[in-house]
Unconditional design. Structure first.
Length: 158
């Protein structure tokens, strides 16, 4: 039997409700897609969202920022270069390296390695339950479907 200190105000029902929302995922890199970039949804709660973006060579995005999330990017394979305004290099990252981008910070990135790159993106929402990240373009989009989760891949185990 697990004993929980009640001084934190959390009830047994609070625990049960949260435990019922645990998300299991199993990622497999999608193959054969014809877009420069796809996103694979791993899971989401009311304050955090996780996905893996698979980026073909030339799958860069545009300068933009998010008003409702901080993002943590971890390169799983390949090489990604992150840029700020005026194309200033923020970082170039290989496997198991990355950056944390605070909300309202302008950035863009591209795949600078050979072949596909895989990047895990974990976003923390500043407003619980916000449906969108508040993405705002600072420059025209280079890819029409960049950032879209519509019609994407889903790694959640049902």
């Amino acid at each position: 039997m697990t004993v929980t200190a009640k001084s934190d105000g959390i009830t047994e029902q609070d625990h049960l409700d949260a435990e019922a929302k645990v998300v299991k995922f199993s990622y497999k890199k999608p193959e054969g897609f014809d877009r420069p970039k796809v996103s694979v949804r791993l899971g989401q709660t009311d304050i955090v969202r996780a996905q893996i973006q698979v980026i073909h060579e030339g799958g860069e995005n545009n300068l933009h920022y998010h008003t409702k999330v901080d993002g943590m990017f971890t390169v799983l394979s390949g090489r990604i270069r992150f840029y700020g305004p005026e194309d200033e290099v923020i970082a170039e990252c290989g496997p198991m390296e990355g950056v944390i981008i605070p909300r309202n910070a302008r950035y863009w990135f591209d795949n600078v390695g050979e072949g596909d790159a895989e990047v895990m993106l974990v976003q923390g929402f500043h407003e619980a339950g916000a449906p969108l990240s508040g993405r705002t373009d600072s420059a025209p989009r280079k890819l029409a479907d960049a950032g879209s989760m519509a019609g994407g891949y889903d790694a959640r185990v049902k």
